[in-house]
Structure formats: structure tokens, C-alpha cells
Design a protein around this ligand. Structure first.
Ligand code: NAI
Ligand code: MG
Length: 491
């Protein structure tokens, strides 16, 4: 309550278009809800297809106009300024993130906010460090390539890491010289809009960043707009596939997608047990299990299986559920009622299909969308909880005998986002890491993200990589310039 009052005057709830805060053209709004209390935090303006059109046109005008004249160093300086402002307001932003999303404030402060600031700084530094080549040609020509911004980027982000997903999308696009229309998730629009205020304060020219909150239909309008050159999406595989299918409607847009996962986490029998337990608990329960890369299929070698199962169940009950704004809380609510119900449905399926429920298994309390940390053992590959993305605090433990067997079973998934291996044996870890068809493999660690390391998936986990050099290349086109020279120019 105190927090709600303290924030009330500060919530930004309008659309940011051309550096102006405006209402939706339809007058429609939507509610954003505190998932810990089920109370409405505030009403937010609901962007319509007409608003998307206005925002994309503003982004186009900025791209064709003032923004193209900014040098890379000038763009970098604006991004540094934004990073400074985010650093200055990190306490407030962490609270806002915790309020709207339900994540523990201690996680928002320790994980989300530092990552966000680092991503803006990293791409600020990158802006003037991408360049083309000079290419020898057979003839009297001087030939070179330039890396040029793709144009207007339409970016659609999810609710699990609202500020971080905004940074992963905005920072490389702006460093590359693109302009942006960004649609935050309907569950968590508030922190993105607050960053919108900081973007204006930092001095970005009008139209360079436009933020249009709304539901899926708002995102769908953005994804097919003819003036959008590039679409970047993070969210469900279902919507990702739709965006990919629609990328050729009204023109042809470049697409990067970061989608679902069912990541295997492989514990070999030589593993340090304490490390294996800590790694697998963090790899699954972090962020209430709402991580695309969550290590949700924990494969344990048979010799240590029984002990691992026992300790996992004990350890999961040690999590402290409660008010996410309390610094002692280690597990908050799921983001909304739909996600909570989806998770509870999978828990019922797990029981029905014969997995052994060791801990948790129910909603926690009757207010707020909390789910008990849940551990299933004796899970087999064909069970729904071993195949489908649950996106919640539900660990499935599976038994294996040999390394070749576990590699095959781990790869037997429509997804290929991440994986983990815990072992003291370097040879084995490398063999497994190189055999898995996933975008990331963590050895003796999990969920280690940094701004410099590419992130993305094989198979139905996505297209392309974000962060690192790949992240900025997503927003650049290569142009070849061939200049005829006289015959007496040296080749
Ligand atoms: P979603 O994919 O529907 O939503 C993600 C974003 O896409 C939101 O901003 C949403 O408004 C927008 N969106 C929805 N429909 C769209 C459309 N047709 N065209 C363009 N944009 C659209 O995901 P949702 O419904 O929030 O969660 C469903 C499941 O997706 C989760 O249970 C989880 O399994 C997975 N998911 C994966 C995430 C990841 O990090 N890869 C993040 C969020 C969800
Ligand atoms: Mg959806």
C-alpha cells in the first residue's frame, strides 16, 4: 500500500510517440495488476493499430531525418546518458519492476538492474566499433562495404524480465542507428514507460524511440506494418511462429525471435553434490521459473540419482515465498492468473501421467498468484512435464545411465535454447557441450548472462542471437560500394 501511494504520482501510463505522451486514439485502456495482491495498480493506455501507424511513421520520419545525421559517437553519448539515468534511478526502477512483475526486489536489484545498465553501456561502446571492409576486386575498382542501420525496428517484448528485455532490444538498435517502436508486455508496461521518460530526458530526438503499450493485437499490428524494416520478438513459440509466417505480409521484414525452451540440465555422477543442487535449483527456480532458458529437465546419472532427488526436494522447500517488495523474499508470485493456472494444470498432468511429486504441488495462499516450489522425480521423456514449457517453479528430474544416452534424450526436443552440465570431468563436459543442439551450454554454472555473450536458440527456440556482436549485427545491413578508378591505380 505504501509503495502504491509512493508511486501513484509517478506512473507513466500513456503512449510515447514522437517524444510526446499521448492517449490511445480509441480511448481504450487496460489494467495492470500487482500479481502479489491481485489489486489493480493502474490503467494504461491501450495502443491501437492506428496508434502503431502513427508511431511507426514518427520512427520513419526520425530515421529519414535527424537521426541519420547523428554520428556513432553522438549516438553512443546518448546511450551513456541513458545508462547514467537508469543508474541514478535504479532503486525506483527495481521497485517498479518488482511491483508490476512480482519478482523479488532483491533479485531485481542484484540481477535485473545491473544487467540493464551494463547492456546500455556495452552497446554505447559498440556504436563506433562496427565497420565494413575494403575488398580487393579483379579490375580497376575501389570497393568497400559499409554497415548501415536497417531502418525502423518493431520490437515486442515479454513480461518475465521487462527492463532487461527492453535493454536487449533498444540498446543495439539505437547503437546501430535504427529507430524503434517498442511494445511492452500487457502484464508489465510500467517500467518500460518509466525508461521512456528517461529516454526523453537523455535527449534522444523525437521519434527515435516510441513506446506503445497494449495487448497481443497491438503487437500484431506492429509486426506487419509496411514501414517496419525489422521485427525483434521475445515470447512464446506460438506467437513467434506467427510473426515469422507473417514477415512477408506487406513487404519483407527481417526477423529475430527468442522463444520457448525445455532446457536439459545434465548432472553426471562425479559432480560435486552441493554444486549440483545449488546449480539446478538456481537454474530452475530463479525468477519463479519464468525463464526461457530454465533448466527444466534435470537429467541425473543413476549412481547419484536417489541422493540428488532427496536433496532437491529438501532444498526447494527452503525458498521464502511472500511479498516481493520484502528484501527477505526469494520467490514471488507468477506474473498473472493465466500463468499460475497453466502451471497448476501441468502439475496435475505430472501427477496423472505418473511422475512422483516430492514437494510443493499447490497454489500458495489464496491471494496473489503464488505457486509452491514443486519437484517431480521419476519423470520420463514422454510425459507432458518433460516435453512442454511450463514456465513456472516446477522441476522434473529424470534418470539416465550413459552419456551417449543422455545426449540423445536431451536433444530429443522441439526446443534448443540452453543446457547445463555439472561434472568435474573436462573431457566429458566438452563432449556433451559440443553434442547438444542448443544456443547456450553452461558447465558447472547456470543462467550466467552478460551483455557480451550471444544468446538465442536452435530449432523452435528462435532465430538469431541477441547480445554481444550478434546483437548489433541484427540491426545492420551490409552495403557494397564499387568505385571505378582509372587503369593506372594500383590494384
Ligand atoms: P506471448 O508470446 O503471447 O507474449 C509476449 C509478447 O508478445 C507480449 O508483448 C504480447 O502482448 C505480444 N503478443 C501476443 N500475441 C501477439 C501477436 N499475435 N503478435 C505480436 N505480438 C503478440 O506470451 P504469453 O502469452 O505472455 O506467455 C505464454 C507462454 O509463452 C508462457 O507461458 C511461456 O511459456 C512463453 N513465454 C516465453 C518467454 C521467453 O522469454 N521466451 C517470455 C514470455 C512467455
Ligand atoms: Mg499470449
Amino acid at each position: 500500500m505504501f509503495i502504491r501511494r509512493a508511486f501513484a504520482s509517478k506512473f507513466r501510463t500513456q503512449l510515447l510517440i514522437n517524444n510526446q505522451w499521448v492517449n490511445s486514439s480509441t480511448g481504450k485502456t487496460f489494467q495492470t495488476i500487482n500479481p502479489a495482491t491481485e489489486e489493480v495498480i493502474t490503467e494504461v493506455q491501450y495502443g491501437s493499430p492506428a496508434d502503431i501507424d502513427t508511431a511507426v511513421n514518427a520512427a520513419r520520419a526520425a530515421f529519414d531525418g535527424p537521426w541519420r545525421k547523428y554520428t556513432a559517437v553522438q549516438r553512443a553519448n546518448l546511450l551513456y546518458k541513458l545508462a547514467d539515468l537508469i543508474g541514478k534511478h535504479k532503486e525506483e526502477l527495481a521497485q517498479l519492476e518488482s511491483l508490476d512483475n512480482g519478482k523479488p526486489i532483491s533479485d531485481a536489484k542484484a540481477a535485473d538492474l545491473p544487467m540493464v545498465e551494463n547492456v546500455y553501456r556495452y552497446y554505447a561502446g559498440y556504436a563506433d566499433k562496427v565497420f565494413g571492409k575494403t575488398i580487393p576486386m579483379n579490375g580497376p575498382f575501389f570497393t568497400y562495404t559499409r554497415l548501415e542501420p536497417k531502418g525502423v525496428a518493431g520490437q515486442i517484448i515479454p513480461w518475465n524480465f521487462p527492463l532487461a528485455m527492453q535493454a536487449w532490444k533498444l540498446a543495439p538498435a539505437l547503437a546501430a542507428g535504427c529507430t524503434v517502436v517498442l511494445k511492452p508486455a500487457e502484464q508489465t508496461p510500467l517500467s518500460a514507460l518509466r525508461v521512456g521518460e528517461l529516454i526523453v530526458e537523455a535527449g534522444f530526438p523525437a521519434g527515435v524511440v516510441n513506446i506503445v503499450p497494449g495487448h497481443g493485437d497491438t503487437g500484431a499490428a506492429l509486426a506487419v506494418h509496411p514501414n517496419v524494416d525489422k521485427v525483434a520478438f521475445t515470447g512464446s513459440t506460438e506467437v513467434g511462429l506467427e510473426i515469422m509466417r507473417n514477415s512477408g505480409i506487406n513487404g519483407l521484414r527481417r526477423v529475430t525471435l527468442e522463444l520457448g525452451g525445455k532446457s536439459p540440465n545434465i548432472i553426471l555422477d562425479d559432480a560435486d553434490m552441493d554444486m549440483a543442487i545449488a546449480q539446478s535449483q538456481f537454474g530452475l527456480f530463479f525468477n519463479q521459473g519464468q525463464c526461457c532458458i530454465a533448466g527444466s529437465r534435470v537429467f541425473v546419472q543413476e549412481k547419484i540419482y536417489d541422493e540428488f532427488v532427496k536433496l532437491s526436494a529438501q532444498c526447494s522447500t527452503g525458498r521464502k515465498l511472500g511479498n516481493p517488495l520484502d528484501p527477505a523474499t526469494t520467490q514471488g508470485p507468477q506474473v498473472d492468473e493465466a500463468q499460475m493456472n497453466k502451471i497448476l494444470h501441468y502439475i496435475e498432468l505430472g501427477k496423472k501421467e505418473g511422475a512422483k511429486l516430492l514437494s510443493g504441488g499447490k497454489r500458495w495462499g489464496n491471494k496473489g498468484y503464488f505457486v509452491e516450489p514443486t519437484v517431480f522425480a521419476d519423470v520420463t521423456d514422454n510425459m507432458s512435464i518433460a516435453k512442454e514449457e511450463i514456465f513456472g517453479p516446477v522441476m522434473s528430474i529424470l534418470k539416465f545411465k550413459t552419456i551417449d544416452e543422455v545426449i540423445e534424450r536431451a536433444n530429443n526436443s522441439i526446443y534448443g535454447l540452453g543446457a547445463g552440465v555439472v561434472t568435474k570431468d573436462l573431457e566429458k563436459s566438452i563432449k556433451i557441450a559440443h553434442s547438444l543442439r542448443t544456443g547456450t551450454v553452461y558447465v558447472n554454472c547456470y543462467d550466467v548472462f552478460t551483455e557480451s555473450t550471444p544468446f538465442g536458440g536452435y530449432k523452435q527456440s528462435g532465430v538469431g542471437r541477441e547480445l554481444g556482436e550478434d546483437g548489433i549485427m541484427n540491426y545492420l545491413e551490409s552495403k557494397t560500394v564499387v568505385v571505378k578508378t582509372s587503369n593506372d591505380t594500383l590494384p
